[in-house]
Ligand binder design. Structure first.
Ligand code: ADP
Ligand code: MG
Length: 684
């Protein structure tokens, strides 16, 4: 790839005008990276027509309206019996219809009020709600003077948004990025230009059809994405084959293994034992293992991974376990360390937190081979980290890492075995095309004594009853996760929903905790740790989706998910997996809002009926509508940016054939692999 195009794609989003480091960090949580490239791959989910409506009486609730209104009066918000009433602005349309504009505890109230002087006509655009006969717009997205109507796009592109990132942020970045792009494309080849033209078409859709999977640009991008992925698979397969006979073969031994099994307070489940046998058979072969272990949260993958590491240690070889975040690395370490201690294996943790002398000491221990099991984050493959004999690389939640990162860790050993763990069930119909280079073991059995989580759906209108129901449970020691959805682009910081819910719950359950994406990471971690602590007095943790998938709080037996209809099935299933981790009966309560569609109801029913992640994934695949989910992160198991599982089946075959034939120019294939790799080359 041309250097200046490469540099441009790799530019940190914080350097885009109007962004800065704080917003870039939030963007990274939403779009999964902080490079210009990550933004380009963040596909709009739809378009919203904002053409002017004449009169409010014609508009349906839930619809986005753009309407000219005369500001009549302002009623300031106030607190009444502990409840805060919103600030209300009464307006009339041209036909005399009344519209109420409301602002709930907004930090920007002054700013908004200035935009709505009494007696003036303004064009207001936002989502219309109705309460009885009243028409209401909460937190309008646009308020403009009539002569500035052009500032309101008649066809607004909508991006999957997230905490603290508004639609305006996205369109601002989009406009700047695409303004700068043509310069960087000068002198590039046809493939490259065609690719970026397709991206342009998707970011500037002329209408909703342009974002459908069968639209020309979308189909093109989907093909390229599949080609990149299938090429990576082909390369990895070849590398593995070429390692044949050049690695240490490690047939089953029993000394340490027997000791390890004896220390476990339980028997392995049939599925765990079968998976382990498959792993041992792989390790005894002359080509490196490349195995994916899939199993729901709580199915006991960690023990299997540790047993594999113990087998390595039996031969004096080392294991590195790569986790996607610091918190998860620490949690793995806390779990594995005592088990390793019991059988005399040295276990360490290495993350970005390690600095100075302590870090150097850990590196020495790794280099000497004394440390047999090391758990950590990206720090595990930093340049100065050396292993004496890295025999096994374990990757937790492997879809969160790019090929480049996986390879960097693999390169630290001599053809080490690779074991990937995933709690994200991929429908069987897809796992072949998605993980073509891996053997798959499935842990489809929960440890004995685990009770299925009781799941029910409840209308949000009954939230008071719900709180009353929770009280006795909490009094007897239960802990509750309370998840609030991201509220899309209402002009307000997005944590509002969680903050307001936290305040409300605080009346019932003093000591509630709150975590959201706009809090300092350290504070957030501290609150989560307090919630996880058995002895703390924090009965409820209100959270946005920032709570980590793997977070382990044994006493948490209840999870409430608000606006459950806004999440993907797989995401709901994963959220639900945060409870039911011990032997106590656990509950999941799915609260749904007023505008639940039949389809939405059916999706929630799937969750109430089954606990089987694979069945849910199959259903998700069948029912998923394109672009209907809020964000890639919430969709749970999406791995592709442009590929639609249902529509692009033929492309899978085409791309995989092209990847094997090698008919695509090698340089272009390499560029595509770079573009679509999830590995982030900017260190945070
Ligand atoms: P996963 O990584 O798949 O989410 P873990 O390995 O963390 O699951 O296991 C979840 C919990 O179940 C842990 O507390 C673990 O000790 C326990 N566990 C694992 N295997 C078994 C088993 N065979 N019998 C009983 N408990 C088990
Ligand atoms: Mg786990």
């Amino acid at each position: 790839m041309k250097q200046d195009l490469y540099d441009f794609l790799n530019t940190d989003l914080q350097f885009v005008r109007g962004v800065g480091p704080v917003l870039a960090a939030r963007l990274a949580e939403v779009i999964g990276g902080r490079r210009v490239l990550d933004f380009l791959l963040h596909r709009p989910s739809g378009v919203r027509p904002r053409a002017l409506t004449d009169c409010v009486a014609d508009a349906e609730p839930g619809q986005t309206v753009t309407i000219e209104l005369m500001v009549k009066s302002v009623r300031p918000g106030r607190t009444f019996r502990g409840r805060r009433a919103p600030t209300q602005i009464v307006c009339n349309d041209h036909m005399g219809g009344t519209v109420l504009i409301q602002f709930f505890n907004s930090n920007y109230l002054e700013y908004w009020l200035k935009k709505l002087p009494v007696g003036a006509w303004r064009i207001v655009s936002g989502r219309l709600e109705r309460s009885g006969t009243r028409a209401i717009i909460n937190h309008p997205e646009f308020i403009e003077e009539p002569e500035n109507i052009a500032k309101i796009p008649s066809m607004q592109v909508i991006y999957p948004a997230g905490e603290g990132v508004t639609q305006k942020t996205f369109t601002n970045i989009r406009d700047q990025v695409f303004a700068a792009l043509p310069d960087k494309l000068i002198g590039t080849d046809d493939n490259t230009r065609e690719f970026f033209e397709a991206l342009h078409a998707v970011h500037f859709p002329g209408g909703p059809d342009d974002l459908l999977p069968n639209a020309t640009a979308m189909g093109k991008l989907a093909y390229y994405e599949l080609l990149a992925h299938q090429s990576a698979i082909a390369i990895s397969r070849r590398a593995r084959q070429s390692a044949r006979n050049r690695r240490t073969v490690r047939p089953k031994k029993y000394d340490l293994m027997d000791k390890f099994r004896a220390t476990l307070p339980f028997e392995l489940t049939g599925a765990q034992a079968r998976t382990l046998d498959e792993i041992y058979a792989d390790m005894a072969r002359d080509i490196p293992m490349m195995r994916l272990v899939q199993g729901d949260v709580g199915s006991g993958k960690t023990i299997v991974a540790l047993a594999a590491a113990v087998h390595m240690a039996e031969f004096g070889a080392q294991t590195a376990l790569l986790a996607p975040t610091d918190t998860l690395a620490q949690q793995h370490y806390a779990k594995l360390k005592p088990m390793c201690d019991k059988i005399g294996i040295v276990c360490e943790v290495l993350t970005g937190r390690d600095k100075g002398a302590a870090r150097r000491e850990k590196l020495v221990s790794l280099r000497s081979g004394r440390t047999r099991v090391v758990v950590g984050t990206h720090a595990l493959f930093s340049e100065d980290v050396e292993y004496k004999d890295l025999g096994l690389v374990i990757i937790d939640e492997q879809h969160r890492f790019g090929v480049a990162q996986r390879e960097a860790l693999r390169a630290k050993g001599a053809h080490p075995d690779m074991l990937a763990l995933s709690a994200t069930p991929i429908p069987r119909t897809l796992s072949m095309t998605m993980y073509g280079d891996m053997d798959v073991s499935i842990i489809n059995e929960k440890p004995a004594g685990r009770l299925p989580i009781k799941t029910s759906k409840v209308s949000a209108a009954r939230i008071n009853e719900l709180a009353a129901h929770l009280a006795p449970q909490i009094a007897s020691g239960a802990k509750v996760f309370w998840v609030c959805p991201l509220v899309e682009e209402n002009g307000e910081p997005n944590q509002a929903a969680a903050v307001a819910r936290h305040a409300w719950l605080q009346q019932y359950f003093p000591g509630c905790g709150l975590v959201h994406g706009q809090m300092d990471k350290k504070v957030r971690d501290a609150v989560m740790a307090e919630f996880a602590d058995d002895n703390s007095n924090m009965p409820v943790l209100v959270a946005t989706t920032v709570i980590e998938v793997g977070i382990d709080v044994p006493r948490a037996t209840i999870i409430v998910i608000e606006n459950a209809e806004r999440f993907g099935l797989a995401a709901l299933h994963q959220l639900r997996g945060r409870v039911g981790r011990g032997n106590l009966q656990s509950y999941c309560i799915l609260l749904f809002g007023r505008n639940l569609s039949d389809d939405g109801m059916r999706r929630l029913d799937v969750l109430c009926e089954t606990d089987d992640g694979f069945a849910i994934a199959e259903q998700d695949l069948m029912m998923r509508g394109v672009g209907e989910l809020i964000g890639t992160r919430q969709s749970g198991w999406i791995q592709y940016h442009f590929v639609d599982y249902r529509m692009h089946r033929d492309l899978f075959r085409l791309a995989s054939r092209a990847a094997m034939d090698g008919t695509t120019p090698a340089a272009w294939t390499r560029d595509l692999m770079y573009i679509f790799d999830r590995g982030d080359t900017i260190s945070a």
